[in-house]
Design a protein around this ligand. Sequence first.
Ligand SMILES: [Zn+2]
Ligand SMILES: [Zn+2]
Length: 362
Amino acid sequence: MQGRVTAVVGPRQFEVKEYEVPDPAAGALVLKVRRANVCGSDLHQYHGDSPALREAVLGHEFVGEVTALGDGVTHDNAGRPVAIGDRVVPVYYVTCRRCPACLRGDFGMCQNSLREWSKNPDRAPHFTGGFSTHYYVNEDQYFFTVPDELDDQIVAGANCGLAQMIFALDRTRLGAGGTLVVQGAGGLGLYAVAVAKERGARVIVVDGVPERIALATRFGADEVVDLGEYTTSDERIARVQELTGGQGADVVLEVTGFAPAFTEAVGLARTGGEILSVGNLNVGEAFEVSLSPGVITRKSLNIHGVLRYDPWYLNRALDFLVRTQHRYPFEALTADAHPFDDIGAAIAAGESRSVARASIVF
Ligand SMILES: [Zn+2]
Ligand SMILES: [Zn+2]
């Protein structure tokens, strides 16, 4: 059987390539992709900003259906039986369990995490990304079966956006009565609103796109600082001060991918507060900001950079969706759907930032 993948072949260039779908080796499985989302890091990869993924297959946030099981694969990583036809979400990176990071227990920092994804798709097993008809789950990847009550549209965002936000907020002390400022109401930001509301926190969202602000409000954001109304960093910091009795936020989550947002986060956080740096992924002169480190010292800030998540967080994300899917409009986050044959339109919609997550349906 032949399948197709969407491979990056140069900056802002992709090609749909066709390969024979391989049989899974022992411990591996093959999925038919059912729905995939365009995440911000897919756009970074598409622009050529992810050095390890310059010739790799696009896509990592998706849900699939098992078409073949390798020898010995009888259960998922939560111990639930798995069979052909079951829906599955895989952790999109490898956890080798043998490198120094894995030996420390930092599974999300595995030094071999991109071992499979970074392969040029001309090399077997070809199907290493989610913008593809099929996906090969390596024996070193965690995967979990999807509960029947979760629709594809809701669950496709679990293995990147939602799992990462649950993991990121777990790095902090945000709890009931605390204040979270979310910089950027894209997919990650909206998931974070839901996760923070479940913790009993108050959430202030900073964004300027009307559609995203409307969605943030539907997700339960308590206040919105509109970039159209508060146009400078100083005005936004003053507004958050005003909303927090002159204190600033307990936790600031940066999910904009815009370097100056980090400097602003330093201003938005209270003394002794925490910053989660998640959206800024690019490195280099064009992405530098000016900041006095003394501000961090004087404010006793705690800064957490969070790239991925520990793989078992994906199972928590599924539990979270089962429990809360009727309280938050998760389906609205990925309502913009495009057929696989029109993948360019899905990527363009992702680039436009007018939608939280563009989706690809098969
Ligand atoms: Zn992602
Ligand atoms: Zn490792």
